[in-house]
Ligand binder design. Structure first.
Ligand SMILES: N[C@@H](CCC(=O)N[C@@H](CS)C(=O)NCC(=O)O)C(=O)O
Length: 209
């Protein structure tokens, strides 16, 4: 059985969605924020971050995008991703890497700004630059979604859920909803989705309609 280490409102959101879509059994541990963290948790998550997924063979992995891609690979029937070798697969891998390497770190720079400067006066500037970088990333994704129902291929994939998780973290969410109409269109669709509503009830990623 899988085991998901997570926390409400964290990147565990997308992994929980992926697991739910596979239908695979899993249990869930909500990791308390502790200082210092438990060594047992550091052993599986050296940066003390969630999500972590422990696989049925006992191996643990971090990195939300890698976890989602692995689940897609292990449960192809769930349709979390376009099939390997399909034309949409390249887009899927591209956007999963883009979101986890450009946007997620920009979100972290905003919420953990102190980590990103040695200058006690520098926090405000780090936050401002983080928002600018988020805006750049969402502008790219909005363009990629133009004229499309889903970010990749012709159907929902875990990349769509990853995207709405990220935009829900935007510090100025009202502006986000108007600045990127294609992202908002996708998000609006997912806000009405039964699984998203269920997950949102525990993660409180966005206010209910
Ligand atoms: N690169 C990691 C980032 C994970 C991450 O930063 N998780 C946040 C919650 S959304 C966390 O655990 N932050 C606590 C910390 O960094 O101390 C991923 O994609 O999974």
């Amino acid at each position: 059985m899988y085991r998901l280490y997570t926390r409400p409102g964290s990147g565990g959101f997308v992994v929980e969605a992926a697991l739910a879509l596979t239908g695979a059994p899993f249990d869930q541990i909500d990791v308390p924020k502790k200082d210092p963290p438990d060594q047992a948790f550091l052993d599986i998550s050296p940066l003390n971050q969630v999500p972590v997924l422990t696989l049925p063979d006992g191996q643990s992995m971090t990195e939300s995008a890698a976890i989602c891609i692995l689940l897609a690979e292990r449960h192809p029937e769930a349709g979390l991703a376009p099939a390997a070798g399909s034309a949409a697969r390249a887009d899927f891998l591209r956007w999963m890497a883009f979101m986890s390497s450009v946007l997620y770190p920009a979100v972290l720079r905003f919420f953990y700004a102190r980590r990103y400067t040695a200058d006690a006066e520098g926090v405000k500037a780090v936050k401002e630059a983080a928002i600018t970088e988020m805006d750049r990333g969402f502008t790219v994704l909005d363009k990629a979604l133009a004229g499309r129902d889903w970010l990749v291929g012709d159907t929902l994939s875990i990349a769509d859920i990853y995207l709405v998780m990220l935009v829900a973290w935007h510090p100025d969410v009202e502006r986000a909803r108007t600045a990127w109409p294609n992202v908002e269109r996708l998000w609006g669709k997912l806000r009405d989705d039964a699984l998203m509503r269920k997950l949102n009830a525990s993660h409180e990623m966005w206010p209910e309609n």
